[in-house]
Design a binder for this molecule. Structure first.
Ligand SMILES: NC(=O)c1ccc[n+]([C@@H]2O[C@H](COP(=O)([O-])OP(=O)(O)OC[C@H]3O[C@@H](n4cnc5c(N)ncnc54)[C@H](O)[C@@H]3O)[C@@H](O)[C@H]2O)c1
Length: 377
């Protein structure tokens, strides 16, 4: 069989990626890796797959597997990525790349030694909202950018213990990466404060973190604008939202307040004759899907869809969260392997997206001390 064999490791969020890989023209098959045997059997049955493994070590020892996509819990990301690179596999990994600077360095070193591909699967720079803002920025519609706001507010009560008390800034990448991608820059330094207080009874995950919410100001290399970012996982009464707003001297774009739907655009022109302040016109913007950037069989996955692929016993519904980004991530990872090039979010860019959150949490623990952020790319 020609084409790549991809192991999907962790079948919570990971199960949404299985039919997308199976539909990619350069992929031959998918191997499932999941310790929960019932979950593995259910996903295998749904997509007409056989076998699979409980333990990633068995997948890494299998010479038929070319690449692994890690969607296991965060605390496993770094060790799994390093082990997979050392086994000579191409690696895609869900965010965050890791939660210590040492682990970022360890993954970069393993990638350099292996010579295979590493990609962090950052949904926030492949979703339709990001892509439409990028287009408007490249067309010069914003004028000089003046402010970026990023936010990720999500309530993690009831999530597994490895999420309880998780330092919000350790999951910064979705809220920060859009500004780094849009302006092609990196973070220089961060000043961050925690707000609110996690009672001891909520700190069951074993993290050094007393904060339900963290708010950071990030200076950007060679840029005049500052990124103002709020990360909140506990004790904050707000529906889930994970997005950004970008403002320039002529145009401002805001994420939908309910996380889905139209964005709001503000166009600012000259002063109104005889009154104070500039004229601002407010419009709704429905971001388009950018199907032309995907191979035809992947285009359907930008929206929730029913699939009935060869070998599947029945049609199955596939979600399309995170701005329809999942097929773009799969295509970028697979085509970077096939073309022998670095993916857009390679190991260095991934570290540029991840290190600022590690440094931000350090700043919050030190009462808002300014922390310099290492640059990797
Ligand atoms: N927008 C995004 O990019 C986005 C969204 C959701 C989740 N995520 C990330 O994706 C990953 C998975 O998220 P989730 O919500 O499915 O998490 P989860 O904790 O609900 O599920 C993880 C899955 O991995 C399995 N697992 C546990 N230990 C494993 C091991 N040793 N080997 C293989 N599998 C193992 C679990 O049984 C479970 O099925 C996390 O790292 C999360 O941060 C990213």
């Amino acid at each position: 069989m020609s084409g790549l064999t991809i192991a999907v490791v962790g079948l919570g969020f990971g199960q949404d990626f299985v039919p997308i890989y199976l539909s990619h023209p350069a992929v031959a098959t998918v191997v499932l890796v999941e310790p929960d045997a019932q979950r593995r059997a259910e996903v295998a049955g749904r997509f007409g797959l056989r076998g699979g493994f409980a333990d990633i070590a068995d997948a890494l020892a299998d010479p038929a597997i070319d690449a692994v996509h890690i969607l296991a819990p965060v605390f496993l990301h770094a060790d799994m990525a390093v082990a997979a690179l050392e086994a000579g596999k191409h690696v895609a990994c869900a965010v965050p790349m890791a939660t210590t600077l040492d682990d970022l360095e360890r993954i970069i070193a393993a990638k350099n030694a292996a010579g295979t591909t590493y990609m962090m699967m950052e949904t926030a720079v492949f979703g339709r909202e990001y892509l439409v803002v990028e287009e408007m920025l490249r067309r010069g519609e914003f004028g000089a950018p003046t402010l970026f706001r990023g936010f990720h507010i999500q309530n993690l009560d009831g999530y597994p213990v490895y999420w309880q008390g998780f330092p919000p800034m350790h999951y910064l990448t979705h809220a920060l990466s859009p500004v780094l991608g849009l302006l092609d820059t990196t973070v220089e330094s961060v000043t961050c404060l925690g707000t609110g207080r996690l009672p001891e009874s909520r700190r069951t995950g074993g993290f050094d973190n007393p904060f339900p919410t963290e708010v950071g100001l990030f200076t950007l290399r060679d840029q005049d604008i500052v990124a103002d970012i709020t990360m909140s996982f506990f004790q904050t009464a707000r529906a889930y939202v994970e997005g950004f707003a970008l403002y320039g001297e002529h145009l401002g774009v805001e994420w939908p307040p309910d996380n889905e739907g139209d964005m709001t655009v503000y166009r600012m022109s000259g002063p109104r004759p005889g009154s104070r302040g500039n004229q601002v016109v407010k419009e709704s913007l429905a971001p388009r899907d950018f199907p032309e950037r995907l191979p035809e069989p992947l285009r359907r996955f930008v929206r929730e869809t029913d699939v009935h692929l060869p070998g599947m016993p029945a049609p199955a519904s596939v979600g399309a969260h995170h701005g329809g980004s999942h097929p773009f991530l799969v295509h970028e990872f697979v085509s970077s392997i096939v073309d022998g090039r670095a993916p857009i979010v390679d190991e260095r860019r991934a570290a540029d997206f991840t290190a600022p959150g590690i440094c931000a949490h350090r700043s919050a623990l030190a009462g808002g001390e300014r922390v310099e952020v290492p640059q990797y790319s």
